[in-house]
Design a binder for this molecule. Structure first.
Ligand code: DHK
Length: 145
C-alpha cells in the first residue's frame, strides 16, 4: 500500500525567503528548502505548499487531514494570530511539527506566543532553514516507531 505523504506547509512571506531579511532568515530560497525536505523524506512522498492566504493554509491542512501522515508547518505570521489554522490542526490525527526558521523567543514580543503550538507535537525554532529537513527526519522517525 502506498505510504501517506508528509505535508510541509508554509505561511505568508516565506515565498520571499532568500531575499527577505536575510540577516534573520538567511539566503536559502523556498525552492531550496523544498529540495532539502524532499531529500530528507527519501522514499516517503512529500507535499510542499506555501500560501500568503490564511484560508488556503487551512485548505492545505484539510488535505493533510484526509490524506497525510504528518505535518511540518511554518505558519509564519499566522502563528500568532490564526485561530482557524489552530482549529484545523486540532483535527489532524498524526504528528505535527511547528517550525520557525528564527528563534521567535529571542525576537520582538509579538512573535513570542504561538497559538499553533497548542496543536503541535513539537516545535523547532532558530535552527535556520536546516530545521525543515530535521523536522521531516523527526516525523519519519515518529511515523516508523
Ligand atoms: C517566519 C515569519 O514570517 C515570522 O512572522 C515568524 C517565522 C517567524 C520564522 O522564523 O520562520 O515570526
Amino acid at each position: 500500500m502506498a505510504q501517506k505523504p508528509i505535508y510541509v506547509i508554509n505561511g505568508p512571506n516565506l515565498n520571499r525567503l532568500g531575499k527577505r531579511e536575510p540577516e534573520i532568515y538567511g539566503t536559502t530560497t523556498l525552492v531550496q528548502v523544498e529540495a532539502m525536505c524532499r531529500k530528507a523524506a527519501g522514499k516517503r512522498p512529500l507535499r510542499f505548499h506555501q500560501s500568503n492566504i490564511e484560508g488556503e493554509i487551512v485548505n492545505f491542512i484539510h488535505q493533510a487531514i484526509d490524506k497525510g501522515a504528518g505535518i511540518v508547518i511554518n505558519p509564519a505570521g499566522y502563528s500568532f494570530t490564526s485561530v482557524p489554522i489552530l482549529d484545523a490542526l486540532k483535527m489532524f490525527p498524526g504528528p505535527i511539527i511547528e517550525l520557525h526558521i528564527s528563534n521567535i523567543h529571542r525576537r520582538e514580543a509579538i512573535y513570542h506566543n504561538s497559538l499553533v503550538s497548542k496543536a503541535a507535537t513539537a516545535v523547532i525554532a532558530g535552527l535556520g532553514p536546516r530545521g525543515y529537513a530535521l523536522a521531516v527526519r523527526a516525523l519519519l522517525e515518529m511515523l516508523e516507531s
